[in-house]
Design a protein around this ligand. Structure first.
Ligand code: ATP
Ligand code: MG
Length: 581
């Protein structure tokens, strides 16, 4: 059970996400633990530098809601699909839909037409909001055609001109809808939820990352999303123990706070994924921070934006933090990186080795991990607020309101420091998998979410994620977590990136093989020597059964999905075919 408590009666169970974020007036009361965006909170479009404040966001939300209702008849029966990179109107579309009681399903903007079609089918969406890139629009058109959705029901996020490939369609634009909606008479009554109803009312159909198989449609209620925001807020209150045990609520602008009004967070995580949507976007706004809205991640651009917008807070996925440690360009941004006060990493394992390197890259930052999954709306763990850095390699401490159960393979409960599968109970729990009762029954068990992750929890409710249960190798009967070996290999100066898989072996059952992307610094060396060197590095640091008996294979890149997770299943296939050849 989490160390900090969350008063569950304080979680509103009758508000939509839009109402929670936009309609709670700015509260400069220093004694309130929560606030909401205020006059100093901005969404800043990366590249153009266009800033949108809260009043403008509210106005746009109202205008768009009115037009969506007038023009498309959107109501609480509808699902709206949002196929977009990060954009200042991304949350406006979501909140406008919520004002009408509609559900929003965000989709990965790099999907192909058949992947998008799958999401349209699963969600029965009837209206699509699309990022105005030629490629994205072409995919949306194709998928819409296959689903018999007329092109008139595709709305583009801004008024940019498109290339000739799609100009034959006269698309509707968010900007025009907003203006039309503001001019027209109010056509809708705000969707309201009865007391207690927010737990069953879906707000979002978010898809899981598809790391282990096909992405799953997770129905997230308004309550779960708001509860998770509040869990983060309470967690990030300066720890009571910080003040000799007397509970002190620190004013919002105090130096002591982790998140302060006037801080700027880089918004580079994709908003279509729950980590980006909840943490990077909604949490920051709710905590009164400004967010730099970054449509596409490119490392060099990211460094430039950190400098240009005087960014103080980063929320990243592990591959991005590896670049911070390993990319030769990082050094030129010393001054800008010294300004960073906070770095949160999550969505996949982060090794002790990388964390230790990050401490040097970001000397003034609190650095640590969070852990969560789409099924829990993200936040289950986050690194303790009272520490400068989270315990290196730990996924953080259980969040307020979370209860964890760790089950050993025989089904009995593990005690502190014993490994097992994590089950969590949290107010952020999703409703279930949309339209899939069987899958829901397997994962959502009577108030508990089965995570499929192997973890260890200590007495201090700190969690270590060993790996996904499915990924763990059995070598000579011993368990070996690929993530642990990857951390060790990444510590080698010649390694830019890596992925470890198990390959079948007649004697040991399975043996670890590493796919490695070489760093520039390794180029002048002979590959065979480097492979030897990497194997010796692992041999020096790990017990015998963890050694790279399967060898080292060099590749140009490691396949990852956009939420920053290794697609180990792809390389496992590759390893098997290599061994068979
Ligand atoms: P799918 O369920 O579709 O196969 P997915 O599980 O990757 O994909 P998400 O819901 O985005 O989809 O991710 C949740 C998973 O991410 C967790 O179950 C866990 O395996 C992993 N994860 C998240 N945070 C961490 C972390 N800090 N350390 C290790 N793993 C993490
Ligand atoms: Mg999953």
């Amino acid at each position: 059970r989490s160390k900090k408590s969350l008063d569950s009666t304080a979680i509103p169970d009758d508000l939509t996400i839009a109402q929670f974020i936009l309609d709670t007036p700015a509260r400069p009361d220093p004694n309130r633990p929560v606030r909401g965006p205020d006059a100093q909170t901005w969404l800043i479009q990366d590249g153009t530098g266009r800033c949108i404040g809260v009043d403008e966001l509210m106005r746009r939300t109202y205008g768009l809601a009115n037009a969506m209702n007038l023009k498309y008849g959107i109501s609480d029966e509808d699902v709206v699909l949002l196929f977009s990179k990060n954009h200042v109107d991304f949350p406006v579309v979501i909140w406008a839909a919520h004002r009408l009681g509609a559900v929003v399903s965000p989709a990965n903007p790099s999907f192909t037409a058949s992947e998008l079609r799958y999401q349209l089918e699963r969600t029965n969406a009837t209206l699509m909001f699309v990022y105005p890139d030629v490629d994205t629009v072409a995919v949306a058109l194709e998928a819409a055609k296959q689903m018999n959705i007329p092109a008139e029901r595709i709305v583009l996020l801004d008024a940019k001109t498109l290339g000739s490939a799609v100009t034959h369609v006269d698309f509707a634009r968010v900007e025009d809808l907003v203006q039309a909606g503001l001019k027209a008479h109010r056509s809708f009554t705000e969707y309201r939820i009865a007391r207690g109803g927010a737990k069953d009312k879906a707000a979002l159909l978010c898809f899981s990352s598809g790391t282990t198989g096909r992405p799953k449609a997770v129905a997230i209620s308004h309550y779960a999303f708001i509860a998770n925001l509040m869990q983060f807020v309470v967690h990030n209150e300066v720890n009571e123990s910080y003040y000799n045990g007397s509970k002190v609520i620190v004013p919002w602008d105090s130096e002591k706070r982790r998140f302060r009004v006037g801080d700027v967070c880089l918004g580079v995580l994709p908003s279509y994924h729950i980590y980006g949507l909840l943490m990077n976007l909604h949490f920051n706004l709710y905590a009164g921070l400004s967010v730099v809205v970054v449509p596409t991640f490119k490392y060099m651009d990211m460094l430039a934006s950190i400098e240009r917008y005087r960014v103080t807070h980063l929320m990243l996925v592990p591959p991005q933090t590896v670049l911070l440690c390993k990319h030769p360009a990082t050094a030129a941004y010393r001054t800008a990186l010294d300004r960073i006060r906070f770095l949160l990493m999550g969505a996949a394992p982060v090794s002790r080795e990388i964390t230790d390197q990050l401490v040097k890259v970001l000397p003034n930052a609190q650095i640590g991990q969070g852990y969560g999954m789409t099924e829990t709306c993200t936040g289950v763990c986050m690194f303790p607020v009272s520490q400068k850095t989270g315990t290196s390699g730990s996924a953080g401490q259980l969040m307020p309101g979370c209860i964890a159960r760790v089950a050993k393979p025989d089904g009995t409960l593990a005690s502190a420091n014993e490994p097992g599968e994590l089950f969590v109970s949290t107010p952020g729990m999703a409703i279930g998998y949309y339209g899939d009762e069987e899958a829901t029954r397997e994962t959502f068990l009577d108030g508990w979410v089965r995570t499929g992750d192997e973890v260890v929890i200590n007495e201090n409710t700190e969690v270590w994620v060993i790996d996904r249960l499915k990924e763990i190798m059995k070598v000579n009967g011993f368990q070996v977590a690929p993530a642990e070996l990857e951390g060790c290999i990444l510590d080698h100066p010649f390694v830019a990136d890596c992925c470890v898989v198990g390959v079948p072996d007649a004697y040991s059952g399975e043996i670890p093989l590493a796919f490695v992307v070489l760093a520039e610094s390794a180029c002048s060396n002979h590959n065979a020597d480097v492979a030897q060197d990497i194997m010796q590095h692992v041999a020096k640091n790990k017990v015998a059964y963890k050694h790279l008996k399967g060898g080292v294979e060099f590749v140009d890149s490691i396949p990852k999905n956009p939420s920053g997770k290794l697609l180990r299943r792809v390389l496992r296939e590759k390893a098997r075919s290599l061994k068979a050849a």
